[in-house]
Design a protein around this ligand. Structure first.
Ligand SMILES: *Cc1c(COP(=O)(O)O)cnc(C)c1O
Length: 470
């Protein structure tokens, strides 16, 4: 039942037109589209109406204060007008952070995006012949040059690449996979499910911790279409373990006339052991092993845009291209533009490490990180009220993106604490800043890992810290 007081309040809610005559909202219409202003008004009125009906809103004089209503509308308007996909500061120390957009693009890639995105291009036009060409040729030559592969195909993402390859090679037939490699990647990519959707039948062999060559061999029969090796990128099985090497698998496949596919996940082109990271397979090594199909991501350790890259022999690439699924998984011109620019950098490994943000962040040494942390702490201390404490701490960064799950890179953290606020509260405030700052909370401290901070982030952190403490 609606009380008489509530009825009064409902009646006193101003009409949309009346609100539009308020000075602040007349101004707002100059800045924002009128439809958006009206939308904000309707939303706020509706919210208040609901609150009254639920008895959640009690006004002193049972009448609406138009000023506070207008302020609420302006807030709503700002919210409606803001982008949903926004730039954030990554202070987590996770370099290929799946939730924060994985890899950052190198400058060359950004330049190509601008150039190719703002003009027409020969995306599907053969300039030499003056007739229709194929988009799939653009990144192929450079991929073959870097990896030593005979052919290459780029699709929307690696999950798509795996589906396409399985569907093309094994639809209606069996794919042999080790039980230790039935991985789930975040975002509901699970090898058994992907296999089913691709129309192939999973034939599990071996045990979770140990799979031997004769496990594969025993499973091979008239139904076998493919042997699949999945790089277990986001977990590690340790202890009493056995895995079959890629070369042995390839040899077995050759003996039986069955192709071998490897889903590499990350797609690493440079040896990262020199940065203290062990065990990430190199794409070039996989190609050399003679495996028939290799798939990997464009935006994990490769450090480019989201893409799925398939390497294989020429005939197989031709077969993949003819699969109608390729059209459904088609790569965009902006992806190709950015990917080509990123790949070209790998012609000079040292240049690649300097220019590709993902690699550069992995390669940053502790002395540089300490300098950066000290610089940040200094400016923070100079610019912030005394209630905020700032210290440097030792910590560890992670590669992320499912790569090298158990290995950490030693790093420096800037630890922020407040006399007036819990660390959890600080975290919420930093996350709620106009440019959200994402860090982690440990030991009652809000921690920012300087390894994943980008040029310009320091200023944002200072501004956020100031807005929070005032
Ligand atoms: C990440 C990953 C995928 C999925 O790649 P996307 O680029 O996210 O589609 C597939 N397989 C493995 C082993 C992976 O690590």
């Amino acid at each position: 039942m609606v009380s008489s007081g509530s009825k009064e309040m409902l009646r006193s809610l101003p009409a949309v037109d009346e609100l539009l005559r308020q000075e602040a909202l007349i101004d707002a219409v100059q800045t924002y589209p009128r439809t958006l202003v009206v939308r904000a008004i309707r939303k706020v009125l509706d919210r208040n109406r609901q609150a009254i009906l639920k008895g959640q809103l009690v006004l002193e004089q049972e009448e609406f204060d138009q000023v506070s209503l207008v302020n609420e509308i302006l807030e709503e308007l700002e919210c409606l007008a803001s982008f949903t996909l926004r730039r954030v500061v990554n202070g987590t120390g996770i370099i290929v952070h799946t939730n924060l957009g994985r890899s950052l693009l190198c400058q060359d890639a950004l330049d190509r995006l601008q150039l190719i995105g703002s003009g027409y291009s020969n995306l599907e036009y053969d300039l030499a012949e003056g007739k229709r060409g194929s988009r799939y040729e653009h990144a192929e030559a450079i991929l073959c040059e870097i990896t030593g592969a005979e052919g290459a195909l780029v699709v929307n993402n690696n999950a798509g690449a795996v589906v396409l390859a399985l569907n093309t090679l094994a639809q209606g037939r069996e794919v042999v996979v080790s039980r230790g490699q039935l991985v789930e990647i975040g975002g509901s990519f699970r090898i058994p499910d992907i296999m089913a959707r691709s129309g192939a039948r999973l034939r599990e062999v071996g045990c979770t911790n140990r799979t031997h060559l004769n496990d594969y061999e025993k499973a091979i029969g008239p139904e076998t279409a493919l042997l699949l090796d999945v790089h277990a990128s986001n977990y590690q099985i340790i202890g009493f373990t056995a895995e079959v090497g890629l070369r042995e698998m390839v040899e077995l496949g050759r003996r039986h006339g069955i192709p071998v596919m490897q889903d590499l996940g990350s797609g690493c082109f440079v040896d990262v052991t020199r940065f203290g990271l062990q065990g990430e397979p190199l794409v070039q090594d996989s190609v050399r092993s003679g495996v028939d199909v290799i798939t990997f991501s464009g935006d994990k350790l490769l450090g480019g845009t989201q893409a799925g890259i398939i390497l294989a022999r020429k005939e197989l690439i031709a077969e993949l291209r003819q699969n109608p699924l390729t059209r459904a998984l088609r790569v965009d011109k902006l992806t190709l533009a950015a990917l080509e620019a990123t790949l070209r950098l790998y012609r000079d490994e040292d240049a690649a490490i300097q220019a590709i943000p993902t690699l550069k962040m992995i390669a940053t040494d502790l002395i540089t990180l300490e300098d950066r942390a000290r610089g940040l702490v200094e400016v923070l201390r100079a610019n912030m009220p005394e209630s905020i404490g700032v210290e440097i701490m030792d910590g560890s960064s992670m590669v992320g993106g499912g790569a090298l799950p158990v290995q950490n890179l030693p790093t420096k953290l800037v630890a922020i604490s407040s006399k007036d606020m819990s660390a959890a509260r600080l975290e919420i405030s930093f996350r709620g800043y106009v440019t959200p700052i994402i860090g982690r909370v440990e030991m009652e401290l809000f921690l920012l890992d300087v390894r994943t901070l980008q040029p310009g982030d320091e200023e944002i952190i200072i501004a956020a810290a100031n807005s929070i403490s005032t």
